[in-house]
Design a protein around this ligand. Structure first.
Ligand code: 5GP
Ligand code: 5GP
Ligand code: 5GP
Length: 208
């Protein structure tokens, strides 16, 4: 009975910019299903506590089961592609995300709902559209961190977390965007705890 209690406070929806994942010293590998679209893709939907800590690997008895998301595979390949090396079809990445994070919100979202909810939240957000509408394009140009945050805040009502990584020349670039989602996964909320991740005040938005 105790194990059915919902044991987290909110989710982070974490989106990655493939151009930044690939433009590092480690480089990247396109999935076996082909080069993904030049759009943000999903890294994960992560249950979190208000104090910034988080649960992980909550249920060893709930292994990833691809047969439960058969109807979502086309969307998963397009919107949640793996860019790690060596190239894969995504199943290993999705298995990792389900087992590490998804099993910690199982009281709210079963496996099918977990993946479907992340996909639907990403679509509803349309992050690249928000940035483009604000004149912020993945063209290798530099943008102020505040203009990126401000555009997302203006469009959604919520302040995002922005994470940067560095390219081979050590330039700071837009890597991941965090938005918070309420614990029932019904919509975006103001973040109880904004992840603070290293970015310069002006960052590159690399092409992909
Ligand atoms: P990194 O060290 O690359 O930022 O994070 C490594 C992994 O730790 C992530 O892929 C994710 O699984 C987990 N992680 C990092 N930060 C957070 C966080 O704030 N909340 C949650 N739930 N997981 C995190
Ligand atoms: P985390 O534990 O940080 O949630 O998940 C990251 C894990 O998924 C790492 O082991 C990483 O190698 C793997 N992974 C596979 N494909 C990707 C990808 O496209 N992006 C990221 N960030 N991690 C990926
Ligand atoms: P993981 O534990 O996820 O394998 O990897 C740890 C960190 O390395 C993550 O932050 C992930 O984004 C990054 N990473 C893992 N594999 C790759 C890769 O193939 N290319 C790049 N650029 N980063 C990677």
């Amino acid at each position: 009975v105790l194990s059915t209690a919902q044991d987290f406070d909110f989710f982070y929806l974490v989106l990655q910019w493939p151009g930044a994942y690939c433009d590092t010293r480690r480089s990247c590998c396109y999935p076996t299903t082909g080069k993904p679209a030049a759009d943000f893709s999903i890294h994960g939907l992560w249950p979190n506590y208000n104090d910034g800590s988080y649960p992980s690997n909550c249920d060893p008895d709930s292994p990833f089961d691809a047969s439960k998301i058969k109807d979502l595979i086309g969307r998963m390949q397009a919107e949640w592609p793996t860019l790690a090396c060596p190239s894969g079809d995504g199943l290993t990445f999705w298995e990792h995300e389900w087992e590490k994070h998804g099993t910690c919100s199982e009281s709210v979202l079963d496996q099918h709902h977990y993946f479907q909810t992340a996909l639907d939240l990403k679509d509803k957000l349309n992050l690249l559209g928000i940035l483009r509408d604000a004149g912020i394009e993945p063209d290798g140009g530099y943008y102020s961190l505040s203009s990126i945050s401000g555009a997302i805040k203006a469009a959604t009502g919520f302040t995002p977390g922005i994470e940067c990584n560095v390219d081979e020349a050590r330039n700071s670039q837009l890597y991941q965007v965090y938005l918070c989602v309420d614990s029932s996964a019904s919509g975006f909320i103001e973040c109880p705890n904004l992840p603070r991740r290293k970015c310069s005040s002006r960052i590159e938005f690399p092409a992909f």
